[in-house]
Structures are given as structure tokens and as C-alpha cells.
Design a protein around this ligand. Sequence first.
Ligand SMILES: [Zn+2]
Length: 218
Amino acid sequence: MPRNAPSRFMGLLAGLLLAADAAPALRGETAAERQVVIFNSAMDDERLAATREAVAFWNHTLAELQLSPRLAEAAVVVESPLTRPLENYAQRLWRQAGRISSGEIGPRAPRELQDVEGDIFVLLSRQHLMSFAWPVDHTERYFVAIGTRSNDPVANPVATHNVVAHELGHALGLTHNNHPASLMCSPCRSALIASHKGRFLPLTPAERARLLELYNPR
Ligand SMILES: [Zn+2]
């Protein structure tokens, strides 16, 4: 995972550093923090608040399970020179969705992304694409694209915070399940999840067990 010296983009980051999470004693060896960098076009984009809620949801869930890591909002980047390359990257990935077999790297991430410190890059995209999460060039870094469909109540019966939490779930190592009214569902059943509009959809017991397995190595 690249950990480069201060990047030339850092100067452009209108960043907000969250105070360190005062987590209780963790079971893991160290409380690894995964830095989340959010790229958006406007500070009043409602998906920004939804992303922060989703980050808080995961930190609450991980703390409940007494696990590291934590997600930390490293920066919010508004209209940076990287936004356009990231939009192109999202479009290329979206176009090839389902056609990239596992083991294949797929479209390469923009070169400039290597200069940005962070573990999870969330693009609040201007495109009407379905949201997705994708490992950046087969590393542990993740690219998450949240399309404008997430604001569309027809295309997206669950609230945006559930969409972002679902994609962050992939970045944390979870896959889809068949429980149509859970956070990591795919397919999901709209009628069942509509009642969760204001809340986060639940994780299944198997997903909690998977998180324990992933982050609590014995
Ligand atoms: Zn998914």
C-alpha cells in the first residue's frame, strides 16, 4: 500500500481530520486505521453527509465487535484535478462491470491516485451509475463510486447512507448475501428494505462472524 511522502495533492485537500477514536481495548494487535478520502463536487452534496453516517456506522459496528480497524475520514476533496480522472476511471469500471473476471486487474487506476495517501477513495460521482466498490489495481486500497442513482428513490429504494455503507462493507472484505433485507444484500427486495429508510440495514450473523475472522487473527 503506497505510503508516500506528503503528496502534491495534499495541498489541495480541504481536509477534515477526525479526532482519534477513543476505542476501548481492542482484541486485534493494533488499532489499524483505514483512511477514507472523499472526492466530491460540492460541499452541499447530500451524499457527503450520508458517507459520514456510513463511516460512523462502520466504526460503531467494528467497536461493538471489539475489532480494529477503524475508518477515519482523512480528507474531503472538492473539485480537485483528480476528479476528472476518477470520473473516467469510474466510467471505465462501470462499463466493464461483470465482464472483468476475478484475477484480472481491469482498468488501471489513474496514475495520480498513487500520490494520494489513503486506503479507501470514495468518489461522489456526477454520473448516473450504479454504485460499486473496486480494489485499486489489485491492492488493498479500494475505490468506491457512488453514482447519482443513489439519490433516486425509484432506482434506489434504500437511503443513500445504506448504499455507501454497503460499498464500504465490500472495502472491508464482505461479499453479497441472499438475505433480501440486509445491508450486503444482492439482490435486495425493495418492499422489505423500504421500511429501513431512516436506518441502517442489518448485517447478518455470518457477516459479523466473517468480520471477526478477518480482523481478529488468531
Ligand atoms: Zn455490492
